[in-house]
Design a protein around this ligand. Structure first.
Ligand code: WTA
Length: 683
């Protein structure tokens, strides 16, 4: 990998720009915002460090681990194990506690420093929580979990909470006592909640009476109660009161002996609880994510390596300095929330933001008012949010003072140039660095990204690999490495890095078969990629059956399984296709059981089918379009040929390719016609 030589300017920030474009570096600084010298100041420095991280990973990472984390027992080992064997471990004889690293050490230094900026759904009600306050509540909760609920190190705790401080407190309390948490996105419905709790065998569930989103109430406890009907492992349910609880409480809201309120439980305990020293390789959390097949898998992250990935990427990718205020709009239920709301910013002792609302509530200025009110230095969001805001009008960012911002991040899918320029020009006012960060639940932290003030960016490219990421582009068929420039293949990584997932919960064989066996000796990302003439990486999207809708990862088989639950459905096929706002959207094709194909049942059926997906998975998984068809294209052995459906919804019906394997090609013109008249994207 070689970088093109470019004019380097150590002053911060260098406006992000097209590689080679010689735009003027503006440095007006109207508010006198202090601009620190970046941690990395030149491409040479980046390259030197990157090379060291690849050729001497032990030296590089042991220096980083000592520099960024506090260890209760220093490690003497660094990397052990190999990708081939699937037994990777880092710093295995070292001990540390993730909560101590994220809370205590900063509270000890200055308990009055702001840790959380909580922006509730209701506007103009921002709250700040200091490291001292955070420590006290985390400890009280840790005492509830151990003393009252009898949790022991290794027991898992399920967390089903909206974007409120209690979610962060709950995650950190679990980390403090060595109980892996599994956070379940608050948009999931009862069936999905139950699947996850069941698989994780959680003994405790932490939830809230309600959630609030754009003024709407989400009855989280009621959903959790439905889920718990099929989760016998759960002995205790702790309920945070997000909104006032009726007095007297109606019967049946709380189950006696199992449920209690947060405000009853926490005050029972003193605001201190010693952190449990954990092995660097002890599990920190599991996070369920969709794969190509079967039920979602519990991706397992461990303590030391994960925390190091989180801390080092916040430090270098976002060029964070003491006193910064980080704003990430992801949900704590996804990996971006774990790493860039909780563990990354807090491990570095800066302030982090929890935004409970949506970008358009009460107006499309919500994000920008938050930036102004909290004086955020960093803003990290998804292209889908940017695109939906662009549609609502150019002017919304103009009424807020955004001069505190230094770095703008993007994650979840490739950022299209239109969104990139809007972000850069209208939000960043050409004064900010834009970092298009590529990574996955399984990588734990960002693995390909520009560095602010250093990497000259190209809109749409995540640019260059980070420390320890040894990228390979492989021929998808042969697995051979495609050397040199101007190549396209699948993205794989040659050597282990600290924050990589270590396993799939209770299913190590699935971990091996999904990530390490497809291309032996490599970690396989599941993404297509191109390396351009400058050595820059362009992510081309998933090559498996994973669909990415507004940054929510779903598998076609999950959606099909939900549709197939409907009494009248014979078969279904879901495919992902591009969408101007959500990146991708879902088209589902359904055939009905024989007796049901009458002349006019369509409208009712489609609504019912959509409802099935909403209730089985969650509203965010609802297909954009569900089409009831007479037949699906199949091979002679009866396998659905999704490739044909994908081409049709992609508008490539004139290049369907070889149809010789399709046993019923006569249905194809009908499918093309149905998609043509029903495609909601054309309306
Ligand atoms: C996609 C989210 C292009 C990719 C952190 C990956 C991206 C999947 C980018 C992981 C990016 C994420 N450019 N594609 N900057 N970031 N992706 O596990 O397909 O929810 O495999 O993690 O999102 O989604 P996940």
């Amino acid at each position: 990998m070689v970088l093109t030589s470019s004019k380097e300017d150590p002053s911060f920030p260098v406006p992000s720009r097209l590689l080679g474009a010689d735009a003027e570096v503006k440095d007006d600084n109207p508010k006198g915002y202090p601009r620190p010298t970046p941690h990395i100041t030149s491409t040479d420095e980046y390259l030197t460090l990157w090379k060291e991280s690849i050729t001497q990973p032990d030296v590089f990472w042991s220096r980083m681990a000592k520099d960024l984390l506090s260890w209760s027992k220093p490690f003497t080992q660094t990397l052990a194990g190999t990708l081939d064997e699937g037994n990777v471990r880092w710093f295995a004889d070292g001990e540390l506690n993730a909560c101590y690293n994220c809370v205590d050490r900063h509270a000890l230094e200055d308990p009055s420093r702001v840790a959380l900026i909580y922006e509730p759904d209701e506007p103009n009600a921002t709250q700040r929580i200091t490291y001292g306050e955070l420590l006290a509540d985390v400890c009280r909760l840790a005492n509830v979990l151990t003393i009252d609920y009898g949790l022991r190190r290794g027991d898992t705790v399920a967390i089903y909470l909206p974007m409120i401080p209690a979610a962060v407190i709950a995650m950190l309390a679990c980390a403090r006592i060595g109980c892996p948490h599994t956070v379940i996105f608050a948009g999931f419905s009862a069936g999905s909640v139950a699947d996850r709790i069941h698989d994780a065998r959680s003994r405790v569930l932490i939830t809230s009476n309600e959630g609030r989103r754009a003024g709407k109430v989400i009855p989280l406890k009621a959903i959790a109660d439905t889920a718990l009907e099929s989760c016998p492992t759960v002995e205790h349910v702790l309920v945070y009161e997000r909104s006032p609880v009726p007095d007297p409480l109606p019967a049946g809201v709380m189950t006696a002996g199992r449920d209690e309120f947060w405000s009853t439980a926490l005050p029972r305990h003193r605001p201190y609880c010693p952190p449990v020293p954990m092995s660097a390789e002890d599990p920190l959390f599991l996070l369920y994510t969709s794969g190509s097949t079967g039920l979602p898998k519990g991706v397992l992250h461990t303590t030391g390596g994960y925390l190091l990935g989180a801390a080092s990427t916040v430090k270098y990718v976002f060029d964070v300095h003491p006193g910064d205020r980080f704003g990430c709009t992801a949900d704590v239920g996804w990996i971006t929330g774990h790493t860039y709301i909780v563990y990354g910013p807090l491990s570095l002792g800066i302030a982090t933001t929890l935004l409970e609302s949506v970008p358009t509530y009460p107006t499309p200025a919500r994000y920008w008012q938050l930036v102004e009110e909290a004086k955020l230095t960093h803003f990290y969001t998804a292209p889908t949010a940017i695109r939906s805001l662009i549609r609502l009008g150019e002017h919304w960012p103009f009424n807020s003072d955004l001069s505190s911002l230094r770095v703008l991040g993007s994650v979840g899918e490739p950022i299209n140039p239109e969104a990139w320029y809007w972000y850069n020009d209208k939000v960043g006012r050409e004064q900010c660095a834009i970092v298009d960060t590529y990574w996955q639940t399984e990588t734990g932290s960002i693995i390909i990204s520009p560095l602010p003030g250093v990497t000259h960016t190209k809109p749409g490219s995540a640019t260059l690999p980070l420390w320890g990421i040894d990228v390979a582009v492989l021929d998808p068929q042969t697995g051979a490495e495609l050397q040199g420039r101007d190549v396209t293949g699948v993205l794989a990584i040659r050597q282990p890095w600290p924050s990589m997932a270590r396993s799939v919960w209770k299913d190590h064989a699935r971990y091996l078969s999904t990530y390490l066996k497809p291309y032996p000796s490599y970690y396989f990302t599941g993404d297509g990629v191109s390396r351009d003439r400058d050595g820059y990486y362009w992510i081309r999207g998933r090559v498996d059956d994973v669909i990415n809708v507004s940054g929510h990862r779903l598998s076609t088989s999950e959606i099909e399984a939900a549709l197939n639950q409907h009494d009248h459905v014979a078969e279904s096929a879901a495919v992902g296709t591009s969408d101007p706002v959500t990146g991708q959207c879902i088209f589902a094709f359904v055939t009905l059981k024989d007796d049901d194909v009458t002349e006019q049942p369509m409208a009712i059926e489609v609504k019912d089918l959509a409802l099935k997906v909403r209730t089985m998975i969650g509203p965010f998984a609802t297909p954009k379009c569900i089409l009831i068809v007479q037949e699906l294209p199949k091979t002679r052995s009866g396998k659905i040929v999704r490739r044909v459906l994908r081409k049709i919804v992609d508008g490539e019906a004139d290049s369907l390719g070889d149809l010789s394997t399709v046993a019923n090609p006569e249905i194809v013109p009908e499918l093309i016609k149905v998609v043509g008249v029903s495609d909601p994207r054309k309306k």
